[in-house]
Design a protein around this ligand. Structure first.
Ligand code: AMP
Length: 146
């Protein structure tokens, strides 16, 4: 049994490279296609007709969005990911990650997981929600907060 299409969900946090390196290693081991996705949930959506999926090869003139694009493109380059396999979409992270995985026939989603406790756990996390809603395997990489 092997994975053929791995989706790495990236949030550009301090742990990003740690999770990304694990995803790259697994993709190499399985000789799987590796895609990356960042969901734009932290900058205002401009009142334009860009749609929900942002093309990476087009300058939108919207500085905040261009900064998000640059970060994704930089990571994509470092992981040697094809341009067509780098996605930037507007929305709610857990929903978009699961929807994208289903649409692109992903068989493994990789996310970071903080191992929250107490109230934070009750409020839920992106990793937890994906684990409950994804139709494929999910690897939650344990992140240690110091
Ligand atoms: P969280 O529980 O929200 O801290 O996020 C845990 C993991 O979910 C992160 O390590 C990422 O893998 C993924 N994630 C969170 N937010 C986003 C986002 N905006 N876009 C893509 N992936 C995300």
């Amino acid at each position: 049994m092997s994975y053929q299409h791995i989706l790495l969900a990236v949030d550009y946090s301090a742990h990003n490279d740690y999770v990304a390196n694990k995803a790259k290693s697994l993709a190499d081991i399985y000789q799987a296609k590796l895609s990356i996705l960042h969901v734009l949930d932290n900058i205002p959506m401009p009142d334009t007709n860009y749609g929900e999926v942002i093309r990476l090869n087009e300058n939108t003139g919207y500085e905040l969005l261009e900064a998000e694009k640059r970060k994704l493109i930089e990571l994509g380059k470092r992981l040697a990911i094809d341009d067509d396999d780098q996605w930037l979409v507007w929305g709610v992270p857990n929903q978009e990650i699961c929807a994208c995985a289903a649409q692109e026939k992903v068989d493994l989603i990789i996310v970071g997981s903080h191992g929250r406790h107490g109230l934070a756990l009750l409020l839920g996390s992106t990793a937890n929600s994906i684990l409950h809603h994804a139709h494929c395997d999910v690897l939650a990489v344990r992140l240690l907060d110091n």
